[in-house]
Design a protein around this ligand. Sequence first.
Ligand code: ARG
Length: 460
Amino acid sequence: ADSPSRSGVFQAKTDKRLEAFAESISFDRRMYHQDIRGSIAHADMLCSVGLLTPEEFSTIRDTLREIEAEIEADAFPIRLELEDIHMHIEQALIDRIGDVGRKLHTARSRNDQVSTDVRIWIREALDQVDARLADLQRAFLSRCDRDFDVILPAYTHLQRAQPVIAPHYWLAYVEKLQRDRGRVADCRKRLNECSLGVAAVAGTTLEIDREQTAKALEFDRPTANSLDTSSDRDFMLESAFVLSVIASHLSGWAEEWILWSTVEFDFIKLPQAFCTGSSIMPQKVNPDTLELTRGKSARVMGNLQTLMLLVKNLPLAYNRDLQEDKPPVFDSFDTVIASLELAIPIVEGSELRRESIASRLERGYLDATTLMEWMIRKGMPQRRAHHLVGAIVGEAMERDVPLSELPLEAMQMHAPEIDDSVFEILGSKNAVNAFVSYGSSAPAQVRSQVERWKSQLASS
Ligand code: ARG
């Protein structure tokens, strides 16, 4: 579809069914600002190289701004036969200023136009994602001081493993989100080349200045190969991937806090403003926001799959299949941004159930590994220490007591080398304080990591 009223090589009118099948205005309308910005930069460049007069350029620019204001005010009629936002805007321009408007599409095709618009749109969206990731990092960080004295079980295989302090948990998420931000920045860097001016597929015989357009639109440089550019959707795949990793981090966190909020765990109280009740069970406070965060992550991952399948068999260069790229990308951004915006107040507003956590902290032998390492420090080979502590834990289980309440003699029956200084490292609190390695849950280690993040996140 090149124009609403068919002519030229076409002798038949477009079938109405094709119009409805082929339109993209229903989802690409949201790129109107990027489209107009790109068109003004393009027209400015056409003027610099003598393809438009300064008067023609200012007429085009001013009319495009007028059209933009109307779209913003929702005073702009949508016509399916105009297919997409690009043709809607160009047609409106032509309707208003005639032949001058007909010059805008000089040395440009919708192929490079769409690619540029999407790049600008994604670039802005990535910046929004980054800002929200930073806010979520700050939300986790803000909990660190207030929860510093809380000891939680760390789990492997969802079985109690070793004791950690609560801020060690919070900073685990800060680290994951930092890698997400790294991926966002990396993706942004690679997409930041300007496709405008590759025209349909092979470039143009007109002497345009692609450097100028690239610079005006804040791209680092123009793309170097018109065939590649016309087909390239790597930046959409990459953003969908980056968003999938974020969604996976949010989903894992949501799952964890859903578990933690159950009667069975009773580790955390979620802010009620982000929970809902039941229509039949009066006592219920359900963690719907977290469940939906977990559930919606499936959409984000599915969108990545959709995009991979969309591009995998396409020969060079532009193929109309590529129109299908935008709904999944937009949906992934919308979903992840909304999920991040809800995660922030939940992280800030949840309360650890300190008494409940403490009341069961000495169940599960969180200090068994600490005891084993204490014996290693006394000179015992690790395999032997592991075996003996296993036997000691077995003994404690039989008596149904934590290690710190097992009599010294009972331990010595298994390992005569144990003396009563062992009680300095038994119990979750002692065990946490016994950590020393870099990156461990040693309070001094965690403290210095908290301070590092405070200064790092103060600026970004
Ligand atoms: N509406 C289309 C899209 O969103 C524009 C592509 C135009 N190119 C073409 N040769 N028909 O991708």
